[in-house]
Design a protein around this ligand. Structure first.
Ligand code: ADP
Length: 163
């Protein structure tokens, strides 16, 4: 059974992430979307919220499940019987870091990394840019799934009073 992991922070999940997850689901028997718990990184959404949003927007796929993890991605892979990570590549700027990570992950646990080039429609898209634009009232519809859009507006309205 070909099972792969799509790891990330997903703070929040964007249509760029979803495009990669959906394409991975079409190519492999099972996709585990692994949400990183990083207590040192300040996130807009809690891990529970990020997992919940991912669950909602991937419900249509029969072979995608959402999990959370902390520590090394390779340890999560080994614990779940996975030997391949799938990542999206947006631009050359992603490449250097992603290549280092892929080589380290192979060295650590012989976990392979498969890269998918982003859909050009989403090549400029990142969770941080979405948050930045939404924070100042910019229109991010079409860039994040509907359920995320609603939560983004609520969260930013609540967390940034007076800004
Ligand atoms: P980031 O890398 O922006 O902090 P994540 O950690 O949530 O965001 O990203 C998880 C994975 O999703 C990474 O492999 C990243 O390259 C990929 N990804 C993020 N945004 C896009 C996009 N717009 N198109 C394709 N892949 C993407």
């Amino acid at each position: 059974m070909a099972r792969v992991v799509c790891p990330g922070s997903f703070d929040p999940v964007t249509n760029g992430h979803l495009d990669i997850i959906g394409r991975a689901a079409g190519l492999h028997d099972e996709v585990i979307v692994a949400v990183l718990i990083n207590i040192t990184k300040k996130t807009l959404f809690t891990v529970d919220e990020r997992v919940e949003m991912l669950g909602e927007v991937t419900r249509g796929y029969g072979n995608v499940r959402v999990e959370r993890f902390h520590g090394l991605t390779v340890d999560f892979c080994v614990a779940n019987g996975v030997n391949m990570i799938v990542k999206g590549l947006r631009a050359v700027s992603d490449f250097e870091y992603e290549m280092q990570m892929a080589q380290m992950n192979y060295r650590l646990a012989k976990i392979e990394t498969m890269f998918m080039t982003t859909n050009p429609q989403y090549s400029f898209l990142s969770s941080s840019l979405v948050k930045e634009v939404a924070k100042y009232g910019g229109d991010v519809s079409g860039l994040v799934p509907e359920p995320v859009l609603g939560r983004l507006h609520t969260r930013l309205a609540v967390s940034l009073p007076g800004e």
